[in-house]
Design a binder for this molecule. Structure first.
Ligand code: DAH
Length: 359
């Protein structure tokens, strides 16, 4: 046999000290695993020594066996102890590194109130400041309030002016309100005269969603009924609203129109917020907001039709009233150059944030 005798006591002693030193020096579990192969693996001095025992004459076996066993045991024990120590260090480090501080505030993206909420409140505030009251009505509305009481005849083509979403079952008499005007009827029936109410709310129509239509949108309605109310009161009120929403100096104009619930009825136009009318009929820069019309259609208005007053138990000989209604998305669209009504309904907080302080 060549090379050093694996069973030589000095060799064994050296292997033992070497193993203990190597295990103690291992700084991590992977490092320890490598050392283990070296000092306790198949080709380690202990393993070689164990194999060499077989070749010894019988009487020497027990003695050598004891020595090799002692070496194996002390090396194994040193390995185990180091392993326990390194595992403890690792666990401590992982605990520290992966600790979760439950007192840290979560990171949340900024949000803002929806511009339709803000504009509804702003318009309502303008009227509340003049002593008007806020009124509400249901979004699932009875046809009588949505149409009949507002002087839409049963088969009158005017019913088709508004693409109605009917509530099942057929004949339930219920619709998703197509406008906020039924709140006028509810207000006149519920309240003492005189009535001054402003009613912002959601309305529904069977329209497909595109840049200018949405099956749900927001309107604001106003109604004033008292003795001696004339169209001059209507004009003055609308001018006041235009100034409050769009700032000083924008004119309004009314043009004849038809609504079943007002007589006379008018379309309400607002001087273009962007070009202030400058683009109309001149060679000046074309205006994208008003298509160089100088005016923008803002809403409808008129004097409450006597038939509506009668349906609400009000004497049209003694009382008269005016009413108006307009879309709130439209209002914000031309005030802020918003090109698609979809922006209001997609829930993208960047849109909401961009109008945060504006509405
Ligand atoms: N309800 C009408 C619509 O949705 C708007 C409207 C027009 C309301 C004239 C009014 C009004 O109060 O007087 O198209």
């Amino acid at each position: 046999m060549s090379g050093p005798d694996p069973l030589d006591p000095a060799t064994l002693e050296q292997a033992g000290t070497g193993a203990l030193a190597a295990f103690a020096a291992a700084r991590s579990l992977p490092e320890l695993a490598v050392t283990r192969t070296e000092h306790l693996g198949d080709r380690s001095p202990v393993a070689l020594a164990r194999r060499a025992i077989a070749g010894l004459p019988g009487p020497q076996k027990a003695e050598a066996g004891k020595r090799v066993h002692a070496l194996a045991q002390s090396s194994q024990a040193a390995y185990e102890a180091r392993k326990v120590e390194l595992e403890r260090q690792r666990d401590e480090r992982v605990l520290a590194e992966e600790a979760v501080d439950v007192t840290v505030l979560p990171e949340r993206p900024d949000g803002a109130r929806h511009p339709l909420t803000t504009i509804s409140e702003r318009v309502a505030d303008v009227f509340v400041a003049m002593g008007w009251e806020l009124a509400e009505g249901p979004e699932v509305e009875h046809e009588w309030f949505n149409f009949d009481a507002l002087n839409f005849g049963g088969d009158h083509p005017a019913r088709e002016m508004q693409d109605t979403l009917f509530v099942e079952p057929a004949g339930s008499g219920l619709v998703l309100r197509t406008h906020t005007s039924p709140v006028q009827v509810r207000s006149m029936l519920d309240r003492e005269l005189p009535v001054h109410v402003v009613c912002p709310g959601r309305v529904y129509r069977a329209d497909a969603l595109d840049a200018t239509h949405s099956p749900v949108f927001a309107q604001v309605e106003g109604l004033c009924v008292d003795e001696g109310i004339t169209m001059a009161h209507l004009r003055g009120t609308l001018d006041h609203l235009a100034t409050a929403v769009f700032g000083e100096g924008l004119r309004t104009r009314i043009r004849p129109n038809y609504f079943p619930f007002t007589e006379p009825s008018a379309e309400l136009d607002l001087q273009c917020f962007a070009c202030r009318g400058a683009s109309a009929g001149s060679g000046a820069e074309p205006c994208r907001v008003c298509a160089s019309e100088g005016w923008i259609e803002w809403g409808g208005c008129g004097m409450v039709h006597p038939a509506v007053l009668v349906a609400c138990g009000i004497d049209p000989e003694r009382y008269s009233g005016f009413a108006f209604g307009m879309g709130l998305e439209r209002t914000l669209m031309f005030r802020h150059g918003i090109e698609s009504i979809r922006d209001f309904y997609e829930g993208d907080s960047r849109f909401t944030l961009s109008l945060r302080s504006e509405a």
